[in-house]
Each structure stands twice: as structure tokens, then as C-alpha cells.
Design a binder for this molecule. Structure first.
Ligand SMILES: *Cc1c(COP(=O)(O)O)cnc(C)c1O
Length: 350
């Protein structure tokens, strides 16, 4: 009997929202329903495919320069990668090396514990309160680092800058990572705080508010010391995490601030309307600063709603996890998407 299979890693991965084929209404992965900035299309049209013979600029200089300008930081305070998922994984490798448990909420981005297991980072979860709010006082304990999304996922609830500032004042012995994947939909970014707090790393993505999930670009902002360590980790692993198109199109997208503001406002208006209609249908709707709503219905089964909508080609997200087994996460789509969804839900409930 050969035992070679014992060498294989046994690990339970993160499961992303499904990407089915055919005509569907897709409200399950927090993607943007609107196209990327027209600057992206213009840049794409100028691209010479012959350039693809060559490796991209491993430092992604033009993209970092555009980000530095847009966020009013220095270029050496910016890191970019192949989606923020990759940036976060590298941040774990760069920042969470003490051997002490890192802290994050019990209900949060479900990739956090997966990276802990992959990278053998010990962790401890801190429970949200009964209304699913984060209390940052609960993080005042010895730790190997802290990671939190703001707004939190899948609840959508945002924290105030003051609360994060107070956490940073109390927590100076480890690195605090704020994952701002959804910040452009109504929360407040703490990027400016990196100038004061050298142990703060702020992560953002092009996938949600910039409608570029398919391009894979994420970025981090932090002190030069943390950014240098991230670069060292990246260059110990894969020097070319951003390809030529990502660098070119990402730069074009960042330069169009007006469009970002426009579609984000449109999504927030649809969110307000959809939340109201869901409440009228009897749902409890958590306050959202993001491009999704987290809901539960006192009299209806969430898993059943999820499955029945799926049969009709409408995808939302259901998590079979403790405390949120009767909850649903609904991405805000176009007005039309939401009309179809709400009519379908109304039918299911009647
Ligand atoms: C979507 C998401 C990410 C990852 O986005 P990328 O597409 O990898 O940039 C990271 N954190 C949270 C909380 C998210 O919801």
C-alpha cells in the first residue's frame, strides 16, 4: 500500500458566490451592476497586443502613482496586487507573524479564517452583539493583529472613523488591517489615518465600487515600513501580480472620480428604496453602508427563499453558518433587477 496521498494538504477552502451561465439576475457576489468607467474602454482601445510579449512592470509604478495621487498619499505608501484577496493573503504573511492569535469578528468575511488555516495563523473570533454590531472595545486584549472589514460583511454595517481611531490609540503593539472593500458605498475611509498610525494597513479593491471584479486589482495603503514588507513578501512569491492590462485599465479607472461618485450614489439610492420595500414585506433589514442588504424574515425560512429564487434564475447569497442561518445577503443591482427580485419575493411570501 502506497501512502503518497498522505502528503496532500487537507484544507477546507473559501467558497465564492457561484458564476452560472445563462440569463440570470445575479445578486450574490456584490458585483457592480453598472459598467466600468468609459476611461477603461478608451484605454483598452489604445492597447497594443504586441506589448504582451514583455513582462509587465513588476512595481506597477503608473498604477501606484495614480493611486497615490487620488488618495493623497506617497507612492511608497501604496501596494497593489491581483485582487484584494491576494493583497490580504500577503498582508497575513507580512503582518501576522507574532504567533499570537489574530482577532476578527465571529460574523465577517468568511475568507479570514480560511487564510488563517492556510497560513497557520492562530486566530480568535470576537462575537458581534445581538444586533450584529462590532464593538471595538472588545478587541482590547493581547493579540497578534486585528483584521476587520469596514463596512462589515455580510452585515453591511459601518464603523465610524472615531471608533477606529480609538482602537488604534489602544492597540499599538500589533498591526490593524481595515478591509475597505465596500467603503465607497457610504462608509468613511481611514486611509488618511495611515499618516499618524504606522501600524495601520487599509485595503481596498477595484472589484466592487469600480466595477472591475473581472480585472483583479486590489490595493493597500500603509506606512512605508509595512509596504516595504509587503513588497518583500510579494517578491518572494510572484513578482508579476498585476498584468499589463490591470496596470493600464486600473490607472484609467482611478482617474475617473466623477463616475465612481455617480454610480455609487445610484446604488445607494436603489439600496434605500429596496430596504424600504423589504421592510414592507416584513423583513428585518440591517442598516447598510455597502452595496448589499443583510436581511431576515421572522416568519419565512431564508434557505427556502434562497433556493426558490434560484430556481427562477435569481441569485442571492445564503450562508449556512452559526447565528446567520436564517439570514440572506442581497447585492444591490439595477432598479430593474431589484423590481424583479422584490416581486418574486413578494410572490413567495404570499
Ligand atoms: C469582495 C471582498 C474582497 C475581495 O475582493 P477582490 O475581488 O479580491 O478584490 C475582500 N474583502 C471583502 C470583505 C470583500 O467582500
Amino acid at each position: 500500500m502506497s501512502n503518497w496521498k498522505d502528503n496532500l494538504r487537507k484544507i477546507e477552502p473559501y467558497v465564492p458566490g457561484e458564476q452560472p451561465k445563462g440569463k440570470i439576475i445575479k445578486l450574490n457576489a456584490n458585483e457592480n451592476p453598472y459598467p466600468p468607467s468609459s476611461n477603461v474602454l478608451s484605454a483598452l482601445r489604445t492597447f497594443q497586443p504586441d506589448k504582451l510579449r514583455l513582462y509587465p512592470d513588476s512595481s506597477a509604478h503608473v498604477l501606484k502613482q495614480a493611486l497615490a495621487k487620488a488618495f493623497a498619499v506617497q507612492e511608497n505608501q501604496v501596494f497593489v496586487g491581483n485582487g484584494s484577496d491576494e493583497v490580504i493573503a500577503m498582508a497575513y504573511m507580512a503582518c501576522f507573524q507574532s504567533g499570537k492569535p489574530i482577532l476578527f469578528p465571529d460574523i465577517t468575511y468568511s475568507f479570514y479564517p480560511v487564510w488563517c488555516k492556510l497560513l497557520q495563523t492562530p486566530y480568535q473570533t470576537i462575537p458581534l452583539d445581538s444586533e450584529f454590531r462590532i464593538h471595538l472595545e472588545d478587541y482590547s486584549q493581547p493579540n497578534g493583529g486585528i483584521i476587520l472589514p469596514n463596512p462589515n460583511a455580510p452585515t453591511g454595517i459601518g464603523l465610524k472613523t472615531e471608533e477606529i481611531k480609538n482602537l488604534l490609540d489602544r492597540n499599538q503593539e500589533s498591526i490593524v488591517i481595515i478591509d475597505e472593500a465596500y467603503v465607497d458605498f457610504g462608509a468613511e475611509s481611514v486611509v488618511p489615518l495611515i499618516q499618524k498610525y504606522e501600524n495601520l494597513l487599509v485595503i481596498q479593491t477595484f472589484s466592487k465600487s469600480r466595477s472591475l471584479a473581472g480585472l483583479r486589482i486590489g490595493m493597500a495603503f500603509g506606512s512605508e515600513t509595512i509596504i516595504q514588507t509587503l513588497e518583500a513578501v510579494k517578491n518572494s512569491y510572484n513578482s508579476y501580480t498585476c498584468d499589463q492590462l490591470a496596470i493600464l485599465l486600473g490607472t484609467a479607472s482611478i482617474e475617473d472620480k466623477a463616475y465612481l461618485a455617480e454610480i455609487s450614489a445610484r446604488i445607494q439610492a436603489t439600496r434605500t428604496k429596496s430596504a424600504q420595500r423589504l421592510k414592507e414585506l416584513g423583513f428585518k433589514v440591517y442598516p447598510s453602508d455597502s452595496n448589499f442588504l443583510f436581511v431576515t424574515h421572522p416568519k419565512a425560512n431564508a434557505k427556502e427563499i434562497f433556493e426558490k429564487l434560484r430556481e427562477q434564475g435569481i441569485l442571492i447569497r445564503y450562508f449556512n453558518l452559526p447565528r446567520i442561518q436564517n439570514h440572506l445577503r442581497i447585492t444591490i443591482g439595477t432598479e430593474e433587477d431589484m423590481d424583479i427580485l422584490l416581486q418574486a419575493i413578494q410572490k413567495l411570501l404570499s
